[in-house]
Design a protein around this ligand. Sequence first.
Ligand code: HEC
Ligand code: HEC
Ligand code: HEC
Length: 415
Amino acid sequence: MIKRLALILVLAIVVVIAVLWWRENRTWDGPVQKVTASAAQIEQGRYLTQAADCAACHTAPGGAPLAGGYPLQTPFGTIFGSNLTPSADQGIGRWTKEQFYTALTEGVAPGGRHLYPAMPYTSYKGITREDSDAIYAYLMTRPAVDVAILENDLPFPFNQRMAMIGWNILFRTSAPLPASSEGSSAAWTRGRYLTDVLGHCGECHTPRGKLGQMQLDKAMQGGIIGRFSAPALTPEALAQRGWTPDDLQAFLSTGIAAQGSAFSEMHTVVDLSTRHLNADDQKALVTYLMGDKPPAAAAVTVKNEGGNDAGRMTWLNVCAGCHARDGEGKPNVTVGMINNATLRQPDGRNLIVSVLDGLPEQQFPNNQSMQSMPGFAAVLSDDEVAGLVNYLRTTWGGLPGNITPEQVKVLRQHE
Ligand code: HEC
Ligand code: HEC
Ligand code: HEC
């Protein structure tokens, strides 16, 4: 009797898994959708597509716009952004606007296939139906590009989409993300939507837990993304690093401010998204980040005297030629170090990694450009990097010189 029950149970489990497997792997074959939309709705959709930075993950380097293939590196493996053009078989050409809204806000594609949360539905969950429809109208009226997307490179069990059913039970809620600042003005409310929903800033700037979920009790307190950290964006943290609302707006609209330049993933965010927002929306972003009552920016007292001599020698020998002797920088060549927010990040990670890896040449709006910065991993020892970083922190960062050679060693790239 017990044996028979056990057999039935095993069979039932096998059937359930088989059905789920079939559902997760079938391709949707609904009718091809014909979409007509007003010019105004298409224009609105274009604007929202930029505000939500869909291109960052859905345009491959050198590939057709929004035709997918961008390899997103995650701690679990590589996931490719899909083809968002109206291609019938490779893109979303057979999707209705209802299905599109469900994918964006719940992470479930037509037919019940579960998307990985690398697609940030955990932030997009708050997108309004109207905005989703406008994005849909924009995408569906672009030319169809029939390129197939590579298979994701994920090891078992992460390659089983049905595992996302469990992930969603644990981590998907429809509640808005916890606010990272205080406010109630119209600009703050709009800014919250632009930051937490469309701009999905917390997907990088909020720390993640072991299963890749955003740690919502630490909203905007800083996360790690590849080699760099996306530093804390709470009002207190921004003010501690010397940010004022005006400077933040300059940074988000041009990628350059008195506090330094946008680099790594943040350069892409500015380039593809925030610089295209209108001035009111940029202001709203800033209002939400700093709150309706922004805390005063902390000034840093430059301490050119004292500090550590070895660090100063390294600065003069390898850095000062570009960044200028007293750290004032050179317009259109390099950023300054005085008031640079990267020097004022308490954990020192971005400063250390910039020195070790260097930074690529970058273009900014208004014909601004920055040359590249070479990496110094092969030239400077752990002791030298720590001494240099401590010199910069105490001289221009207003921080203690407490970075150890061990911390540098851990951040070196190990092939
Ligand atoms: C942070 C990166 C990222 C951003 C930003 C992003 N996506 Fe995605 N998206 C992905 C990834 C990765 C996938 C593939 C997920 C998978 O394989 O489960 C995906 C999948 C999708 C799918 C499913 C397509 C299919 O055929 O399965 C749709 C629809 C989609 N994204 C729409 C959008 C739209 C619209 C935006 C902007 C509002 C956007 N995405 C922004 C990473 C992103
Ligand atoms: C060949 C010129 C060059 C040299 C040498 C150089 N840098 Fe840079 N550095 C740059 C440029 C250009 C940027 C801006 C990169 C960008 O945003 O595209 C930069 C950016 C930085 C940043 C990031 C800050 C920001 O706001 O962008 C830090 C920190 C930094 N440099 C520190 C150093 C230190 C420390 C040294 C010496 C070990 C050094 N640099 C040597 C050219 C140089
Ligand atoms: C794909 C990941 C990613 C997303 C999304 C992202 N950021 Fe960043 N952000 C970074 C990284 C990495 C840095 C560090 C490099 C730098 O300082 O430019 C950074 C730096 C910043 C800085 C400079 C902080 C400092 O003190 O140096 C600001 C301000 C900022 N981000 C705001 C935003 C806002 C606002 C959004 C949403 C519209 C956003 N970020 C979305 C990755 C991201």
